[in-house]
Ligand binder design. Sequence first.
Ligand code: CXF
Ligand code: ZN
Length: 378
Amino acid sequence: ITVGKPIHCKAAVAREAGKPLVIEEVIVAPPSVHEVRIKILCTSLCHSDLTLWNLKEPPGYFPRILGHEAVGIVESVGEDVKEFAEGDFVMPVFLANCGDCGDCKHRKSNQCSTLPFKLSNLMPRDETGRFTNTKGETLYHTLHVSSFTQYTVVDVAHLTKVDPQIPPNRACLLSCGVSTGVGAAWRTAQVEEGSTVAIFGLGAIGLAVAEGARLCGATRIIGVDVNASKFEIGKKFGVTDFVNPMDNATKSASEIINEMTDGGADYCFECVGMASLVEEAFACCRKGWGKTVVLGVDRPMSKLSLSSHDVLQNGKILTGSLFGGLKAKSDISTLVKWYLDKKLQLDEFVTHEMKFEDINKAFELLLEGKSLRCVLWM
Ligand code: CXF
Ligand code: ZN
């Protein structure tokens, strides 16, 4: 009955940088060619939502619908959509996977060249929006997902089907943060059995890296955080050692880790988004082949300072990782299976659950560092 017609529903609209979201009625256009309209079941907050919410104009885009970690049900499909049908249980993902381009077909890549990653505020193919309201305003999208609304429109390349056996309040975590962390250990670093790992920042991403490293058989997982309480929660995800840089006035974290590991960790992960911590991670990464993976989101213009001598003579690898190196259409189903087989822990990330209307409470919790993942029920 709604097929082909605009849907009026509730959305949490970010009207101004850093100001509480407003629950408003929005109008969601029908999906265009290669698009799918979905009914969101659950969505959770990711730190990138806070970053984008806080961006002042320019380059902030308001009013907009934030949110990009979610799961839902297909309500209707646009022209030329063969992969999805009404009623499918689906997950939107900020990173495209068209499945057809040379990069999608390449075993090593997760960076689609049909719809390359871009901090866009509109639909990826035609660069137009699908959200308006009764006042005739156009609302911007977020990361090609926009999940803080009961209905949204997503490009088929940004959507994957998932096994409906996984409950929606767990599935949504795999749409961004947890997948990114687990994937960074599993796909980007390819942590092996017996490895030593160092993780800078034990928020949800850092803990997900620990979980991934644990699943890959790492035997030593060193967590670094300025918040001492992170060690307790870290242990649940396999963290074996803890370094609090605040506890040592004379030595840096990298110096401590170099001593602890007799020359550096095999794999280091930066999960905060601070250039100086990338340098620290790189400095305690094993010479010859150690790999440092950057996951944290710093300001776009921030610069790293590494001596060329260090890079040349040490033979260390420095790499970034978008969505943990995962291909949305194939790797997410593997993570869902690991959860259903009780290998991958997801429940432990969910510190809060509430109804969608309480979204501003969820923003506060994340802002104050009191939540790992807060799941919203639509
Ligand atoms: C991030 C990844 C890096 C750029 C901004 C968005 N993804 C999801 O949170
Ligand atoms: Zn995210």
